[in-house]
Design a protein around this ligand. Structure first.
Ligand code: SF4
Ligand code: SF4
Length: 72
C-alpha cells in the first residue's frame, strides 16, 4: 500500500512564531525561520526536505489558522 504523503504551507504573515506546530509535528518537519514577518515574529516554515504524512496535527494546533495541509 502506498504511503500517504503530504506537505504544508504556512502563511508567514499570519504566523505568530509560537512554535507550537514545531513541537507537535511527529516528523520534526517544521522549523523556525530567521526572517521577521511584518508583525515582528519569526514565522515557522516547512523544512525543505521534511517528511510529512499529512496528519494535519500542525494545522489543528495552530491558533492562528496559518497552516494549510495538502495530501497526495
Ligand atoms: S502554531 Fe501557527 S502561529 Fe504558531 S508557529 Fe506554528 S504556524 Fe506559527
Ligand atoms: S501534517 Fe503532520 S507530518 Fe505534516 S508537517 Fe503537519 S504535523 Fe508534520
Amino acid at each position: 500500500m502506498a504511503t500517504v504523503k503530504g506537505y504544508i504551507e504556512i502563511d508567514r504573515e499570519l504566523c505568530k512564531g509560537c512554535e507550537v506546530c514545531i513541537s507537535f509535528c511527529p516528523k520534526g518537519s517544521i522549523s523556525r525561520t530567521d526572517k521577521l514577518n511584518a508583525a515582528g515574529y519569526f514565522p515557522a516554515s516547512f523544512s525543505k526536505d521534511g517528511e510529512c504524512t499529512g496528519c494535519a496535527i500542525c494545522a489543528l494546533v495552530c491558533a492562528e489558522v496559518a497552516i494549510e495541509v495538502y495530501r497526495g
